[in-house]
Structure formats: structure tokens, C-alpha cells
Design a protein around this ligand. Structure first.
Ligand code: HEC
Length: 251
């Protein structure tokens, strides 16, 4: 076994393997700016059958059926996913009404962006991440600092350099713009006076706001975790197709 194979064998056993697959799929499948001439430069003839099988196993398509998220009872709910999709693309959920999740997670870039550091209300201190294959991940963000998709999906709202919003503002917008869709999935919204929440309001009002906010995270997670994993069209995949790798990607 070469040291290259050994390294990957160890890594593939680690819990982070799904994250690695996503990152690999992004760089191999979606990195913009690579040209056809670079394609020609890819040399596969030095790879053994074993190495090819290893590469194939890293494909997102080899992951199998999507697991449901035990922390999100709505992860397979079509109404929640439809609401999550609308929120994902709605810039009104931000301090200047110009930033949506899709500002930094653009469908054309595998749900990431082309920037070195992502820009929302201000400049973030990290690069955006692709949102493909999320249902298979157990840790989120570059440092694995979050252990649920729905809580990761909520962080940008309250980050001053991303959406620069508050959970009370999110909840109020849900009540005014998405009340019917929300109640269809999650049940009754809190009474309207709760949405004019001020500091002097009771802890109970805060809880009701937070409950709406958490449900927004669950709707976003239902949408994100259902994004299709499409056969990628990279120079890497095309090269593998030319090599006629059996049972690999659609060529
Ligand atoms: C201003 C840019 C920006 C906006 C807006 C933004 N994100 Fe992100 N997103 C990032 C960055 C940067 C990271 C990496 C975070 C980290 O490592 O701390 C990230 C990471 C993520 C991840 C983790 C992906 C993974 O593979 O672990 C998810 C999920 C996510 N964002 C969802 C969302 C959702 C949902 C919204 C809208 C509510 C959103 N993002 C809005 C920049 C943004």
C-alpha cells in the first residue's frame, strides 16, 4: 500500500469523511476557471485499479440513501422544505434587505461563492462552503463547530457581518410574510403582541420567538439537506469517463 493510499484509508474511517467527500466533490466538480487544456494534462495511467476504486468511493453519489436527521422531525417534510427554499432566497431577512443565504451559497457555484472571503453586511473571516450532501454530515462549518444542520443554518441571521438580523426580526417577518406556510407545517404562531418584543417583555415571549426561529432553522435544513447530488461535470470526471471506469459517474 502506498503512503497515499494509507493516508486515505485512515481518513476514510474518520467521522469527517463525509465532509471530505463534499469538499473533494466541490474542488473536483465545481471549481470554476479550470480549462479544457488543463483537462488534457490530467494523467490517469499511473493509477492502479485499487487507487481508482478508492477515488470512486469518494464520490458523493456512492453515499446511498439520504439519512434523516434525528434532531429535526421536519427533515423529510415537503412543506418545511418549500418554506425553507423561499427563506433561503429572500434578502428581506437581513439588515439592509440585500443579503440572503444565496448571496454566499449560490446554486451556480455548488451553493458556495467565488469569493476568497464571503461578503454579507460586512466581510466574513472565512470562505463560504458548498451545501451539497449536507444530510450525510455530522459536523458543520470549517472547524466542525456545529453538530446540527438546523442550528448551523440559523447562525448567519444573527451574525453582524452576515445577515445582521435578530431572531425577533426573523420571527416577525415569518408572521407577516409567511404566516400561512409556517402554520401549515409548524402549527399556530404566537399571538401578534409577542412580535413587538422589547427588552421589558417576559422570558416567556422570548421563548416563543426562539421557537419560531428554531423552526425556521428546521425548514432551512429540510431544504438544504434535500438538494440533489447531481453527477458533476468536471475535467476530473470527464477524464475518469474517458478511462471508462465501470459503474462510476454518468458520462
Ligand atoms: C455572508 C456570507 C454568508 C451568508 C449570507 C450565509 N452563509 Fe452559510 N456559510 C458562510 C461561511 C463563511 C461558512 C463557513 C462558516 C465557518 O466555517 O464558520 C458557511 C457555512 C454554512 C454551512 C455549513 C456547511 C458545511 O459543509 O459544514 C451551512 C449549512 C450554511 N452556511 C447555511 C447557510 C444558511 C441556511 C444561510 C442563510 C440563513 C447562510 N448559510 C448564509 C457564509 C455565509
Amino acid at each position: 500500500m502506498s503512503s497515499w493510499e494509507r493516508d486515505f484509508a485512515i481518513l476514510s474511517k474518520a467521522r469527517t469523511s463525509h465532509l471530505l467527500r463534499g469538499v473533494l466533490a466541490f474542488f473536483l466538480g465545481l471549481a470554476p476557471g479550470l480549462t479544457a487544456s488543463a483537462d488534457e494534462a490530467v494523467r490517469l495511467d499511473r493509477w492502479s485499479d485499487r487507487e481508482r476504486a478508492l477515488i470512486q468511493s469518494l464520490s458523493l453519489e456512492s453515499l446511498g440513501a439520504r439519512p434523516l436527521d434525528p434532531s429535526n422531525v421536519y427533515s423529510d417534510n415537503p412543506g418545511a422544505a418549500a418554506l425553507g427554499e423561499r427563506i433561503f432566497f429572500d434578502p428581506r431577512f437581513s439588515a439592509n434587505s440585500e443579503v440572503s443565504c444565496s448571496s454566499c451559497h449560490q446554486p451556480d457555484y455548488g451553493f458556495t461563492d467565488a469569493a476568497e472571503l464571503s461578503i454579507g453586511i460586512g466581510t466574513t473571516h472565512r470562505r463560504s462552503m458548498p451545501l451539497i450532501g449536507m444530510a450525510y454530515q455530522v459536523w458543520f462549518a470549517w472547524d466542525g463547530g456545529n453538530d446540527s444542520l438546523w442550528s448551523q443554518a440559523l447562525e448567519p441571521f444573527e451574525d453582524p457581518v452576515e445577515h445582521g438580523f435578530s431572531r425577533a426580526q426573523v420571527a416577525r417577518l415569518i408572521a407577516t410574510e409567511y404566516g400561512q406556510e409556517y402554520e401549515h407545517v409548524f402549527g399556530a404562531l404566537p399571538p401578534s403582541e409577542v412580535f413587538s418584543i422589547q427588552d421589558e417583555h417576559s422570558e416567556d415571549d422570548h421563548d416563543q420567538i426562539t421557537r419560531v426561529f428554531v423552526n425556521v432553522g428546521k425548514a432551512l435544513a429540510a431544504y438544504i439537506s434535500d438538494l440533489p447530488i447531481e453527477p458533476t461535470r468536471s475535467i476530473f470526471m470527464r477524464a475518469l469517463c474517458r478511462e471508462r471506469m465501470p459503474n462510476t459517474w454518468t458520462c
